[in-house]
Design a protein around this ligand. Structure first.
Ligand code: MTE
Ligand code: MO
Length: 252
């Protein structure tokens, strides 16, 4: 079998597997961003390559645990958020109709989306746990748009390795790699427990990455920047938390 036809077999198989689980877009992006083994068609047979890619995208072990509706916390704890300021209050008073999220950097079509546009995209939900490094956790149902969907809309370039996300609060920003960026549970969350995302929990928009600790789940998202290097952001470690000495990868 030629190298090319093996590669096609792998990617068609992946698309089929992903299609079956409803994440075709993520599969297409995964192929583009190289989430297939570098030497697929070399010592990996097509079957193993498919397993590797599927594992990265849909593998059981790579999914954050999901809970049942009856396990949703009745009194979720919102970490204190200080100093959102007058401009935020003005936007909130206007029901956030003026809220914008800009996606820039390595994209074919950098775009600024209004909140209404984001809310018009297909949604996805999961009941997952969020936990702070300080020890407390709660379970909630999160609803929003898959980040992979946004990346697809703006035409994320093949070189993209990280998504840097920024908040209305300038001190809060983080980044994730494409394994989390394209992950089906990673959302731009707009809702929680069946209602609009409350402000204390990050409304109107929050990056929800359930495979990582609370601090990677930045509230009040205003901007996503697609990049192949984290060096030019902050001190170069990839986030406000890691610039301050915490782990950049806060997997749970
Ligand atoms: N913009 C912003 N995002 C933030 C924070 C914050 O203060 N501001 N706190 C972080 C921390 S440390 C944690 S543990 C979680 C807390 O999420 P919760 O308020 O939903 O419990 O949000 C994270 N995202
Ligand atoms: Mo935290």
């Amino acid at each position: 079998m030629s190298k090319f036809s093996r590669r096609r077999l792998i990617t068609t198989g992946l698309a089929a597997a992903a299609g079956a689980s409803g994440i075709g877009v993520a599969a297409r992006l995964a192929r583009r961003h190289g989430l297939i083994p570098p030497d697929a068609g070399g010592f990996y047979g097509p079957g193993e390559a498919l397993t590797y890619a599927a594992q990265r995208l849909l593998g059981r072990h790579s999914m954050a645990r999901e809970f049942s509706r009856s396990q949703i916390s009745t009194n979720p704890f919102a970490n204190e958020v200080d100093g959102l300021g007058d401009e935020f209050k003005r936007l909130q008073a206007g029901n956030f109709v003026e809220w914008k999220m800009t996606v820039d950097g390595m994209a074919a079509s950098p775009t600024t989306f209004s909140l209404a546009e984001i809310k018009s995209f297909p949604t996805s939900s999961h009941i997952t746990m969020i936990g702070c490094e300080e020890g407390w956790t709660y379970i909630a149902e999160w609803t929003g748009v898959r980040l992979s969907n946004i990346l697809d809309r703006v035409g994320a370039l093949p070189q993209v390795r990280y998504v840097v996300y920024r908040s209305f609060q300038p001190d809060w920003w983080e980044s994730i790699d494409m394994s989390d960026g394209l992950h089906p549970q990673t959302l731009i969350a707009t809702g929680m427990n069946g209602a609009d995302l409350p402000v204390p929990f990050g409304g109107p928009l929050r990056l929800r990455v359930p495979r990582q600790l609370g601090y990677k789940n930045v509230k009040y998202i205003t901007r996503l920047t697609l990049t192949d290097s984290l060096k030019s952001f902050g001190k170069g470690t990839g986030g406000a938390a890691s610039d301050a000495g915490y782990a950049w990868y806060a997997g749970i």
